[in-house]
Each structure stands twice: as structure tokens, then as C-alpha cells.
Design a protein around this ligand. Structure first.
Ligand code: NAD
Length: 462
């Protein structure tokens, strides 16, 4: 039986223990919020240029430890080392971007009859960030760094399985000179530490990234306190491939295999125009067979393990052994391995076609024409991401307008650039992270009217 007071971090590629970390209790969260509440006004009172300077120093410190952070991510999350380096670099780059934002967080002056209205973007206070395990470093960064730049203090709860890089980031923040308690990381369980953060009356906003099921609960609990919440939730994104597309790039299997498919933006519904379905099937069969699955620390590896035994069991439940499928290969245990898989006999209303599996599994579904492609693409409760592939510009425009999702790519599979907004439609979330408005999301707008009527020289009215 596991100890509720500690978190055992396993290497998903070997099942060896990497570290054991104390799990924060409700009291620990309350104490962290008190410390954050005391530290925040001093942080907010710094001149924006001084806050920016400290954040840039934090970025330099992350940069100096980039390889160490990447290797830690490989060990605790099983990410391929190439991906892990990108993730650490993303955290560093976002710090630099947010630092610039601190210097440009401006209000407005609005002339009105009798004077001016002047608006101020004031920090919220203490922000709670709850992160999942699939991209521990970037998601910790997306929620925390713009909030810090806007003058808030942050209490971050990483996922149970992946607390180590976040803890290291907090150490690096102190090393860079950020004031104590402005950026605190509290590993812990969702139902204790996570809930305590959500329910705490002095936490002014929650940024939650995780499953739609938990996100719904977080939103309900925030509603009781009328607490603003940003939700970054699940996805079941389409990859719409028209017959005129270059199939070899459109059907890149890493559109759904990146991070072993544990990617909220994974294009796990491969929608292919029926006239090229056979060609697509043949291409995918070869592509899956060629994927190098194995030790994530090896530079040649393209796909690592799943995060945990629980996740492996979940993925297996969607892929019966006799299911019609194209399959690559995966190592035997130890470790949580599942082969790259495309299910070919699934119906659009089947479980694997509708639910987020969060593993290296996609479904292949044919469509007839543009209208049918849009109908299928939108036939999901999710709306996070998606790709569409065609040489017809008019069609690319029509389809990208018609698909209900927050982040679409035309003739590309990329989803995330930290200087552009990111977030989901429908049950994929609420609010946006990143992009030019990232800092504003961590402020309240105060509107002050300044009268142009001179006060009476005789002093205030009695
Ligand atoms: P999860 O919902 O199980 O957990 C996410 C976090 O919430 C963890 O830190 C967990 O401890 C905490 N938590 C759990 N119960 C809680 C509660 N009752 N109150 C407060 N906190 C609680 O999700 P997961 O399995 O860790 O992550 C995978 C999910 O995250 C997938 O659905 C994926 O699509 C989603 N995700 C979305 C995005 C996005 O940007 N939209 C990005 C990455 C992952």
C-alpha cells in the first residue's frame, strides 16, 4: 500500500525509483499560500524593468542548467531526450517573453465627458497552478511565468508522477534572485493538495491543465468562490487529409506519436479522403514499422514509454488484441511500453474514435468530401487542435473556419508557439494561455475616473 504522505517517482522506461518526494498536505498548502500572500506585494511593487531583469536572470539560470533539466525530464517522464531539451528550452524562452511583457503591461486613457478614465492592469495576488504529467516543464511554465511577470505570486502543484523538474525550476528561480516564496512548488496529490489550492479563499485564480473530468470539478469548486479559472483540458484532434495533399508529410505518424501520444494536441483521428484511403493505409503501415521505440535517453530513439502502469492499462483497454490495426513494435517490460498503433476498423461513434486515449493510438476514418470531413472533424465533444492538408487555398480557408477548435494548422502539424495564443473550444477548455495576452489573463482591470473639474478653492464641502 502506498504512503499518502510521499510520492514515489518511477522511471517509466525501467520502473526503477528515481526519487521519493514528500506529498504536501492541506496544511502545507495553506502555509504556502500565507507565505505567497506576504511575498506578493513586494514583488508587484518592483518597477517592471526590475521584475523583468530578475525573470531574464531566471531564464539565464535555466539555460545554464538546460541539459540537467532535460535529463531529469527523461528520467521522471520517459520523454525522448530530444523532446526533453525542447521542453526545457520552451520554459527558458517563455521566461524571456514574459519578462518583456512585464515591461509592456499598460493601461489605457479614455477621454470621457468631464475628464478621463484611466485603466490599470493590477496583479491578482496569489495564483494557483495545477499541472499534469504529460509535459511537466512547459505546462508548469505556461501557467506560472506570465503570472509572475504580471506581479503575482505562484503556488504550483505538479502531477504526482512528475514533480522533479518543477522542484528544480523553483530552486533555479531562487538561485537567480527571485524573492523567496514568490514561486513555490508543492508536489502533492490532486484530491488533497490540488483541492486545497482550488478551495483556498486567498488564491485569486486557478490555472488547471489536465483531464476534462478533473477540470469540470475544479471549475465547480472555483464557482463557489467566484474564482476565475483557466482550463486546458483534453483533446481528440482531427488530421484531415484531402486527396490532393502530400500524403508523406500529412500522414507523419509523429502527428499522434509525439510524446508516446500523451499529447493533448495529438492528431488521433486521421480523417482521409476515401479515394486515397488504401494509399494512406500502406504508407502508415510502413511508417509505424519504422518508428524507433526504446530507451528515451538514447539520441536515436523516437518514442519512449508511457508514463505509468495505470496509463498502459488504460491504453490497452482501447486496443483488443484482435482489433483490425496497423502496428509498430515496442520493447517488452520492464517499463510501460505500447507499440504505435492505428486502428483501421473503428466506427466514428466507437469508443476509441470518441474518447481521449492518451497513448500512441489513432483511428483511421474515411470521408467523402469537404462537407463530410468538416462534419466528422466536429463530431467530438473536444475542440483543442487539428490539422488540415490540401493544396487548395480556398478549401484550406473554408475548412479552417468551419472546424471548431482553438489551434489549427494548415499543411503542418505544429500547435504551440509561446508567442501565439493557445487553448481549446468546447470541452477542451476555457480561456487562453501564451501569446500577447498571456499576462493580461493574470490581472484585474481597474478603471479610474479623473474629473477635470477643479476643486473649489474654498476647500472641501462640509
Ligand atoms: P488529471 O486531471 O488526472 O490531473 C491533472 C492535475 O490535476 C494533477 O496535478 C492532479 O494531481 C491534479 N488533480 C487531480 N484531481 C484533482 C482535484 N480534485 N482537484 C485539484 N487538482 C486535482 O490529468 P492527467 O492525467 O495528469 O493529465 C492528462 C490530461 O491532461 C489529458 O486529458 C490531457 O489532454 C490534458 N492536457 C491538456 C493540455 C491542454 O493544454 N489543453 C495540456 C496537457 C495535458
Amino acid at each position: 500500500m502506498s504512503d499518502p504522505h510521499e510520492l514515489v517517482v518511477l522511471n517509466p522506461a525501467t520502473e526503477e525509483v528515481v526519487a521519493t518526494v514528500p506529498a504536501a498536505s492541506e496544511e502545507d498548502v495553506a502555509a504556502a499560500v500565507v507565505r505567497a500572500t506576504r511575498a506578493q506585494p513586494g514583488w508587484a511593487a518592483l518597477a517592471p524593468a526590475d521584475r523583468a531583469r530578475l525573470l531574464r536572470r531566471f531564464a539565464d539560470t535555466v539555460d545554464a542548467h538546460l541539459e540537467e533539466l532535460a535529463q531529469l525530464e527523461v528520467r521522471e517522464a520517459g520523454h525522448t531526450v530530444g523532446n526533453a531539451r525542447w521542453e526545457a528550452g520552451n520554459a527558458r524562452d517563455l521566461l524571456l517573453y514574459a519578462a518583456g511583457g512585464a515591461e509592456r503591461l499598460l493601461g489605457k486613457q479614455i477621454p470621457v465627458p468631464g475628464g478621463w478614465n484611466v485603466t490599470f492592469q493590477e496583479p491578482l495576488g496569489v495564483v494557483g497552478v495545477i499541472a499534469p504529467w504529460n509535459f511537466p516543464m512547459p505546462i508548469a511554465a505556461w501557467g506560472s511565468f506570465p503570472a509572475l511577470a504580471a506581479g503575482n505570486a505562484v503556488v504550483l502543484k505538479p502531477a504526482e508522477t512528475t514533480p522533479l523538474t518543477a522542484l528544480r525550476l523553483a530552486e533555479l528561480a531562487l538561485q537567480a534572485g527571485l524573492p523567496e516564496h514568490v514561486f513555490q512548488v508543492l508536489p502533492g496529490h490532486g484530491h488533497t493538495a490540488g483541492r486545497a489550492l482550488v478551495d483556498h479563499p486567498d488564491v485569486a485564480k486557478i490555472v488547471f491543465t489536465g483531464s476534462t473530468r478533473t477540470g469540470r470539478e475544479v471549475m465547480e469548486r472555483c464557482a463557489r468562490l467566484v474564482k476565475p479559472v483557466t482550463l486546458e483540458l483534453g483533446g481528440k484532434s482531427p488530421n484531415i487529409v484531402f486527396a490532393d495533399a502530400d500524403l508523406t508529410t500529412a500522414l507523419d505518424p509523429f502527428s499522434f506519436l509525439d510524446n508516446s501520444g500523451q499529447d493533448c494536441c495529438a492528431r488521433t483521428r486521421i480523417l482521409v479522403q476515401e479515394t486515397v484511403l488504401e494509399e494512406a493505409r500502406e504508407f502508415l503501415a510502413d511508417a509505424l514499422a519504422a518508428v524507433v521505440v526504446g530507451d528515451p535517453a538514447d539520441e536515436k530513439t523516437q518514442m519512449g514509454p508511457l508514463i505509468s502502469r495505470q496509463q498502459l492499462d488504460r491504453v490497452r483497454s482501447y486496443v483488443p488484441e484482435d482489433a483490425p490495426a496497423l502496428r509498430g513494435s515496442a520493447p517488452d517490460g520492464p517499463g510501460f511500453w505500447f507499440p504505435p498503433t492505428v486502428l483501421t476498423g473503428e466506427r466514428p461513434d466507437g469508443r476509441a474514435a470518441r474518447e481521449e486515449i492518451f497513448g500512441p493510438v489513432a483511428v483511421l476514418l474515411p470521408f467523402t468530401d469537404e462537407q463530410d470531413a468538416v462534419r466528422l472533424a466536429n463530431d467530438t465533444p473536444y475542440g483543442l487542435s487539428g490539422s488540415l492538408w490540401t493544396r487548395d487555398l480556398g478549401r484550406a480557408l473554408r475548412v479552417s473556419q468551419a472546424v471548431r477548435a482553438g489551434n489549427l494548422s494548415v499543411n503542418s502539424h505544429s500547435s504551440v508557439r509561446y508567442w501565439t495564443p493557445f487553448g481549446g473550444f468546447k470541452q477542451s477548455g476555457l480561456g487562453r494561455e501564451l501569446g500577447p495576452d498571456a499576462l493580461t489573463a493574470f490581472t484585474e482591470t481597474k478603471n479610474v475616473f479623473i474629473s477635470n473639474v477643479s476643486p473649489s478653492t474654498e476647500g472641501p464641502a462640509q
